[in-house]
Design a binder for this molecule. Sequence first.
Ligand SMILES: [Zn+2]
Length: 322
Amino acid sequence: MEAGLVSALAKSPDATLAVLEVDEKYLPAMLTATSARVVVLLNLSRDQMDRAAEIWMLARRWRAALAAAPGCRVIANADDPLVAWAAGQARQVTWVAAGQRWHDDSWCCPNCGSHLRRDGEDWYCGECQNRRPPVRWALVGNEVIDPAGRARPLDLTLPGRANRSNAVIAFAVAEVFGVSVTQAMDPVRQVRSVAGRYTQVERRGTALRLLLAKNPAGWLEALDVLVPPPVPVLLAVNAQTPDGKDTSWLWDVDYRRLRGRPVFVAGERKLDLAVRLEADEVAFWMAGSIDEAVEQARSPSMDVIANYTAFQQIRAALGRAV
Ligand SMILES: [Zn+2]
């Protein structure tokens, strides 16, 4: 948000480049305030709906803001119909096939409201001209396909499809700054952790791996990269202002795949999570803290999925070793 971005910029007043991760609600204002040279749009899904607007309204605001910024190059995920529509009136767009795992916010055409048709990765509206734009970069399995059609294996250190998508988008951004995929590949492969996410840390004989998930789309990605059973999982949810006060999004996550493994729930809203797991017939234990879960699980390893402030609390409890 604005205050955080201002304080980040103030720390390096002489920097010639800044990379700012911007809350979706603040993108139009930041675009005006910074005259950004490049805007990168990966996906758009419901999040913190008590303070952000409904998702189609956000897409409309992005679309108007990007149309009014002709000097800005947009790097956008063509596989997300909401993102494609939001970037659809921008003057300069690099389209990337970065994939879309979460479809539940884009079953309908943002242009006319009809049902979108899907055919593999392709999507199109049967009622208007809205369709997936042709792409310059693509993610196919574990490979990036560059603009010349060459395929290269990604072999990232970070797990999961979401990080492969991020990597392909990063190559498209690097290209704008004159950095080739060959130059960018090794640094991208070497990323092990992002602000504590995916970090592994030892706690009382248990190797913990930390995964951040803030909304249903993020939980879907996090559940995909879990180590298979019987490795236990700790889920922690808070509902402070940065998380969004409304936890009803928990009902959009399919927790059934957690059945048959030890599950611990923690965080300030662990009762909300408990009710949700009960409905999905997932057995669980309540934990007062991460140490309590580690103590009860007595396992060589454990995955931890937490939303924003719960994640920060866990990092603090682990002594910021992560
Ligand atoms: Zn349409």
